[in-house]
Design a protein around this ligand. Structure first.
Ligand code: ZN
Length: 218
């Protein structure tokens, strides 16, 4: 595989971060995760950090496209030009497509393929709603695998085991619907431009990765 710029898209539960890690390790891609870059930038006492904090905490709104672009630019400028990129977390809505393309263009890059890990709402719920954690030490648990009831205390610290609100069936449904509403136009845009590669996310991580590699090589 030669140098390229890839975008990774997928609803909650699609195992995006696992695939990003596999792609990074096996194909030498530089993984740019806009979500974690945003959180990291928000920690810094810089004009950008303060702007992100204002948006997140004061305005209670989604991060603006302008901030996404600033964060992306800030990260991509330190990526060596000969390195391939895997962009994760943007564009997450149609208005961000132009921003992402403009930043790539300014670094002499363009989008080569968009990897979409597809998962239906019920499958998202099925995969995520088993995720529990200890509210004390944050050790993760899978219901039915390493914990069988919410009443059981944490085996490490004895703390209470429970579920993040985002991970309850209702929480997952909401997140899946947001993904669907916001990101479907992005997926359709890339499909129209013959850049979309779709893989079935309702498989093991190994099989998903195999499918991605096979389609990238095709
Ligand atoms: Zn614990």
């Amino acid at each position: 595989m030669s140098i390229g710029n890839y975008i990774l898209l997928g609803p909650p539960g699609s195992g995006k971060s696992t695939q990003a890690e596999l792609l990074r390790k096996n194909l030498g891609l530089v993984h740019i995760d806009i979500g974690s870059e945003l959180r990291a930038a928000a920690e810094e006492d810089t004009p950008l950090g303060r702007e992100i904090n204002d948006t997140i905490h004061l305005k209670h709104s989604l991060t603006s496209d302008v901030i996404m672009r600033a964060v992306f630019e800030n990260v991509i400028k330190s990526v060596p030009p000969e390195k391939s990129i895997l962009l994760d977390g943007a564009p997450r809505r149609a208005s961000q497509i132009d921003e992402v393309e403009a930043v790539l263009r300014s670094f002499g890059r363009s989008i080569d393929k968009v990897i979409f890990i597809n998962l239906r709402e019920e499958q998202s719920v099925e995969r995520i709603s088993k995720r529990y954690l200890c509210f004390g030490c944050h050790r993760p648990y899978i219901l039915g695998k390493d914990v069988f009831s919410q009443e059981m205390p944490c085996s490490v610290c004895g703390g209470k085991i429970g579920q993040r609100k985002d991970d309850t069936p209702e929480g997952v449904r909401t997140r899946h619907q947001i993904f669907h509403t916001e990101t479907l136009p992005v997926i359709e845009y890339f499909a129209k431009n013959n850049l979309l590669l779709t893989v079935d996310g309702n498989q093991s991580a190994e099989k998903i990765f195999e499918d991605i590699k096979e389609q990238l090589d095709a």
